[in-house]
Design a binder for this molecule. Structure first.
Ligand SMILES: [Zn+2]
Ligand SMILES: [Zn+2]
Length: 326
């Protein structure tokens, strides 16, 4: 049987525990963010994987109220990341200009046949010039051969010596995915852009059901990519995965899904989702951001300057108040 003194001690102990619990719940959001920030990887240990879906409309992806064709990204990935619901290509809504803008942070007016290289440095060049790493550390994977014009720029201070290693002209998105996983496993690159082409090819074919099916396939491949990254010690907990597009496709008032290339909202409004260590979870940014803003944002994540980028830092995607720089 408990004595009176033991009982008092027991009560006192309980009170201390209650006080301790109260102190724990009194931690401010800023303190919580600072604690998490202390476990974020340093810039030189961070990885960035940029996934581009070639030519999906917003209305069949994140803009569909039922999200019928993107269940993986919507239900599985979105709660772990930040969605930008007003993200646009305000330049030329074609493949090489769109991807070129993402890589350089400046609107690109290059041709769409792969003849002209971008005049401004790409992220690959910015990264390799500072890091001094081999080409295998910055990788471009794409279904279309014309991406050869995006591996490096014609800028005199950068160029081929700092370009990406590339794997192009891949017939199907399933094979593009296999090549991406192979690169992640073999070379553990710090910087990857991978562009999936099937949605665009299916759209140009004019077969609506094929176009939707291609969106569903790439949706599942993007979830598989994130799961693969989280199962790999080289990437888990230190990788930022961006999902976006080079352009959309005409809305129904401007010619419909079969083509693209003008400034209608269907062509300009594109998906954007990002996940990573200090990316806000389950968050939606509704203010306007554009393709130009990815380059500077990736540069800040990797701790590298991107002096020719004209874009903005996408600060609202990061946990506040510490932001990306810590
Ligand atoms: Zn395209
Ligand atoms: Zn259009």
């Amino acid at each position: 049987m408990r004595t009176r003194r033991q009982h008092r001690l027991w009560l006192a102990g309980g009170a201390i525990l209650l006080v301790a619990a109260a102190c724990e719940t009194a931690v401010t959001p800023q303190q919580q963010a600072a604690r998490r920030a202390s476990s974020w990887p340093p810039p030189n240990d961070r990885r960035v994987v940029l996934l581009a879906i070639d030519g999906p409309r917003y209305s069949e992806t994140f803009g569909d109220p039922l999200h019928e064709h993107v269940p993986g990204m919507w239900d599985t990935l979105r709660p772990m990341g930040t969605l930008c619901s007003n993200f646009k290509n305000l330049g030329i809504t074609n493949t090489n200009p769109g991807h070129g803008t993402v890589l350089t942070g400046a609107w690109q007016y290059i041709d769409n046949e792969g003849v002209t290289r971008v005049p401004y440095p790409t992220l690959f060049e910015y990264y390799r010039k500072v890091s001094g790493t081999a080409a295998s550390d910055a990788v471009l994977i794409a279904g279309k051969l014309k991406f050869n014009a995006l591996t490096y720029s014609t800028h005199p201070d950068y160029g081929a010596a700092y370009g990406a290693s590339s794997y192009l002209d891949i017939p199907y998105d399933l094979e593009t995915y296999d090549r991406l996983i192979q690169q992640l496993d073999q070379n553990s690159p710090h910087l990857v852009m991978c562009s999936f082409s099937d949605v665009d090819q299916a759209g140009h074919s004019g077969v609506w059901s094929d176009y939707l099916r291609a969106i569903e396939v790439v949706d599942s491949l993007i979830v598989l990519t994130w799961n693969h990254l989280q199962a790999d010690p080289d990437y888990a907990g230190k990788t930022y995965m961006f999902v976006t597009a080079d352009h959309g496709r005409h809305d129904d008032a401007h010619g419909g899904f079969q083509s693209h290339g003008d400034s209608c909202d269907g062509c300009q409004h594109i998906p954007f989702l990002v996940l990573g260590p200090n990316i806000r979870q389950g968050h939606e940014v509704t203010s306007l951001y554009t393709q130009r803003d990815i380059c500077l944002t990736v540069g800040q994540i990797l701790g590298i300057p991107t002096p020719y980028s004209a874009g903005l830092l996408m600060q609202p995607i990061f946990e506040q108040p510490t932001g990306v720089l810590h």
